[in-house]
Design a binder for this molecule. Structure first.
Ligand code: NA7
Length: 548
């Protein structure tokens, strides 16, 4: 392996430390990338804004946070020893257990010694003369590295509502992503929750029984389905541990790397009785089967989708006692599964509690946050606490918050202003030696994410090994390969119902300037096809890339 560190010592006198690779982020992706690059013998530094590992699971400490993928399908797959050592306690583990798991992994593989915590990267600039990245933290400290790998997460740029008065509220207020590390006491409190996405649903169903009053401010209802969680029995634990190879092989075959795969039948190929029985069965099963293992045309045929949406609407009407509230909770502007499906446990029943109120913001929008609460177009509400479950500037937002500069000083944010342009969702032309794990246009944000993270990281590691073995110090995609990939991303989304709906997955966030136009940000061809394409590129000597 060429001595990249020595080259860089000459190249970047102004940086205080020099590494072969810098990774931004110590979540699941950053942790695994560190582990893999160490095996190549590289010097590595990971910069992490938080004070601990875990990324999403470090930050999202809000009440009720838990998996919506089966626990044993979510953990790292790279170490048999780890798989055998770790016991998940529930089919869908709660936040504390997941954070404990990630800390266990960090300890087991001694990851922390290469992670610099409490370190926010402000800028990263490519120096074309010496072919390295110059990385600056918000403290002003500078570091240099040949390779820059972003592991900054698709849902890490949290956003508050753009409403007047947000700063003026005198009670407690939290964005769910920035939840405090200390326990929050809800007893006797009048609490507002703004937002009814997957996060809002988990918060609402959890705190409804602890507060004295709960007011939910809903702009768009979502189609929520039962999580049907339960503890893992000893017998199940033994079976899970003895079948990990088969389990991971199955996960490699399904489009989203979930254990659920679409039913091969079309909605209208069965009788009404068969359809209803099948849907009832799915409704009673755990996890995402109802979304990922429904009839094969459910997410492409509007009639099939409407029929199933009606089925779920009936369930909501059965579970919510007040028919007016039930109607408010039934989505009218999008069909089932065209947005991420919140998995719930008693969410709808929470609205049957006498102290829980639902406010429809489409009918009565919020005008401002006041010192004492929230003012809508028709009422003034006083609260002790406001919880913002208002989501993220998704997928590209975390990239926008770091000033990445490529060749000729080009800003990544400018290059992606009209939508990302990438090759394989892992690189962008003009940003040499930069790799974007879980970046826009790759399969991971449509995926049981650790499975796709492992694929991204293994591919990146292979590329760096390939470059290092052959003495290449610079690589980037060709503009034509990038244009082809970007076109391919758009074509794959053609005909999918989700592409016509506003959501974080289509890049919509009304709280962010310029994020009101729908964009295709995700690879929609399924993880197996994505993996095959990445493997083909590698086996052709990294076709579509310029390596020097
Ligand atoms: P989401 O799914 O983006 O949900 C955010 C929610 O906040 C959603 O209901 C929004 O309504 C609402 N929102 C956002 N801004 C406002 C304002 N200004 N006023 C009122 N309501 C607002 O984020 P989550 O954190 O719930 O989930 C993210 C993902 O994490 C999830 O899909 C899982 O994959 C894990 P809207 O729908 O935009 O009308």
């Amino acid at each position: 392996m060429p001595d990249a560190t020595t080259d860089l010592a000459r190249a970047s006198d102004s940086a205080s430390h020099r590494y072969d690779a810098i990774i931004i982020g110590a979540g699941i992706a950053g942790m695994y990338q560190l582990y893999r690059l160490r095996q190549l013998g590289l010097s590595i530094c990971v910069f992490e804004t938080g004070s601990g590992v875990g990324g999403t699971w470090y930050w999202n400490r809000y009440p009720g946070a838990r998996f919506d993928s089966e626990s044993y399908t979510y953990g790292f797959s790279f170490s048999d020893e780890l798989l055998q050592e770790w016991n998940w306690s529930e089919h869908f583990a709660a936040h504390p257990e997941t954070l404990q798991y990630l800390n266990y992994v960090a300890n087991k593989f001694d990851l922390r010694r290469d992670i610099q915590f409490n370190s926010r990267v402000d800028t990263a600039t490519f120096d074309d003369t010496d072919m390295h990245w110059d990385v600056k933290l918000d403290t002003g400290e500078r570091f240099a590295a040949r390779f820059l790998i972003t592991a900054i997460g698709p849902l890490s740029a949290d956003t508050l509502p753009r409403l007047p008065g947000v700063e003026s509220f005198r009670g407690q207020s939290f964005h769910t992503y920035r939840w405090p590390h200390e326990p929050v006491d809800f007893a006797g409190k009048r609490v507002a929750v703004i937002g009814t996405g997957a996060t809002g649903v988990q918060v609402i169903q959890t705190i409804a029984h602890q507060v004295s009053q709960l007011t939910v401010f809903q702009r768009t209802p979502n189609w929520c389905t039962p999580l049907n969680n339960r503890p893992i029995t000893d017998d199940e634990q033994r079976k899970i541990k003895s079948s990990y190879p088969e389990l991971f092989e199955r996960l490699r075959q399904t489009p989203g790397c979930y254990i659920h795969d679409a039913d091969p039948r079309g909605t209208f190929e069965v009788t009404q009785e068969e359809r209803e029985a099948f849907w009832e069965q799915r409704y009673g099963e755990p996890g995402f089967g109802i979304w990922q293992a429904n009839f094969r045309d459910m997410l492409t045929d509007p009639k099939a989708n409407a029929l199933f949406s009606d089925f779920i609407a009936r369930k909501i009407r059965q579970r919510v006692q007040d028919s007016v509230v039930a109607e408010m909770l039934i989505p009218k502007c999008h069909g089932f599964g065209t947005r991420r499906v919140p998995q719930e446990t008693g969410y709808y029943e929470a609205f049957n509690l006498p102290h829980v109120k639902l406010v429809d913001l489409k009918a009565t929008p919020i005008e401002r946050i006041t010192e004492t609460g929230i003012r809508t177009s028709d009422a003034e509400y006083d609260f002790d606490m406001i919880i913002y479950a208002t989501g993220f500037d998704a997928i590209t937002g975390a990239f926008d918050r770091i000033d990445f500069r490529g060749t000729g000083g080009q800003r990544l944010k400018d290059k992606w202003a009209d939508g990302p342009k990438t090759y394989l969702g892992l690189q962008s032309a003009g940003f040499p030696n930069m790799l974007t794990i879980v970046g826009p246009h790759n399969a991971s944000t449509r995926c049981n994410i650790p499975r796709c993270i492992e694929q991204n990281v293994d591919w990146v590691t292979g590329l760096i090994r390939h470059a290092s073995d052959r003495g290449y110090t610079r690589f980037e995609p060709t503009p034509s390969a990038e244009a082809d990939w970007t076109r391919h991303i758009d074509e794959l989304a053609d005909g999918l119902l989700y592409a016509k709906i506003d959501s974080w997955a289509t890049g919509i966030n009304t709280n962010v300037e310029g994020k009101t136009v729908r964009r295709i940000l995700q690879y929609q061809g399924g993880a197996p096809a994505y993996r095959a394409r990445c493997d083909a590129v590698a086996s052709e000597g990294y076709a579509g890339m310029d390596l020097r």
